[in-house]
Design a protein around this ligand. Sequence first.
Ligand code: IPM
Ligand code: MN
Length: 357
Amino acid sequence: MKKLAIIPGDGIGPEVIAEGLRVLAWFRTNRGIEFELWQLDLGADRYLRDGTTFPAPVRDEIAASCAAVLLGALGDARVPGFEHARDILFGMRMGFDLYANVRPVRALADSVVPLKGRTARDVDFVVFRENTEGIYAGIGGQLRRGSGDEIAINEDINTRKGVERIIRAAFAYARQSGRRRVLMSDKSNAMRHAHELWQRVFQEVRLDYPEIEASHLYIDALCLELVRDPGQFQVIVTNNLFGDIVTDLGAALQGGMGVAASVSSNPEHPERVKLFEPVHGSAPKLVGRGLANPLATLLCLCLLFEEFGSSAAAQELEGAIRATVESGETTPDLGGSLNTTAVTDAVLARLARGRAA
Ligand code: IPM
Ligand code: MN
C-alpha cells in the first residue's frame, strides 16, 4: 500500500487537511483507494515547543518509504524569520530534488473568473515552475548589517542541468497531454547572464518537439497577456521566482488562492516521493473561523489520484468539486456562504449521489 505523509502545518493548514482526509476516507470506503497515512507533527507549534523543524530521520523515512507528502500550509507570525517553514518546505522541494513544480491554472466555473467577458474556458493552462534553484537557492549574504553601508545579496542560480530539465519537462508534458503550445518566460533583457542561458536552452530543446509551438515572453509582458487574454496559454515554463509570482496571478484568474493546487516531482525519477500542496499560505486571519476554502486541498487530491493510478477517481472528484462550485456551494472567497466543513459536505454529497446530481 502506498504511504502518504501528512503535514498539516500552520494556520489554516490543519483545517484544510482535515477536509482532505475526509475525502480520502470516502475514496477508501467507496472506491477502494487506499493509502497508509503517516501523520507528521511538523510546523510552527512543534518548532516553538522543542526546536524541531525537519529532522533528518523523518526526511530519510519520507524519501525511503513514502509515495507522496500532502502538505497543508506553513508560516506563522510567531516565527517571523520563516526558518521552520524553509527547513520543511525547501527541505522537501530541494532536498528530494523535486524540480518540477506543476501548477494547473484552471477555472472551475464561469462565475469565478474575474475578467470581464471571459469564461472558464479561457482559463486553462499549466505552469511548470523550476523548484530547486534560482533565487530560492539561498546563496548570498549580508555585509555591515544594520549600518548605513549595509549590503544584502541573493544570487540567482541557474544551472544548465536545472534549466534544461524543467524546460524538457514542460515540453514532455505538452506532448503527452496533447497540448500544442509551450511558452517560456524569463527576463533576459535585464538579467542577461542568467536568462540568456534559458533562451539558449529553450531554443535547443524545442527542436526535439517540432510539433509543439514554442514561444517566449518576458515575465512582465506575460503578466499583462495573462490578464488581457489568458486563453492563449497552454503550458508556461519559467524559473522559481517568476513561477511563484505568476501562479498567484494564475490563482486570481481561476477564482483565488482557495482553488490553486500544485504537485512537485522529479520527472527523471518518477519513483521518487511527490509533494502535493495547495498554493495558498497559512492565512492567519482565517484561522478558526470556518472561512478556509478546502477546495485547493481537494484539488491536490485530484492530482494525487491522477499520479497514483486512478484517473477515474481524479475525474470523479474534480467533477464533484466543479458541480459544487457551479452551484455556489462555496466559502465566501468564491462568493458563497458555506463554511469549510460544509463545502466538503457538499462535495461528498455529490460524490455519493454521482457527479451529475
Ligand atoms: C508558494 C509559496 C512559497 C514559495 C513560500 C511560502 C516560500 O509562496 O509555494 O508559492 O515562494 O514558493
Ligand atoms: Mn507563492
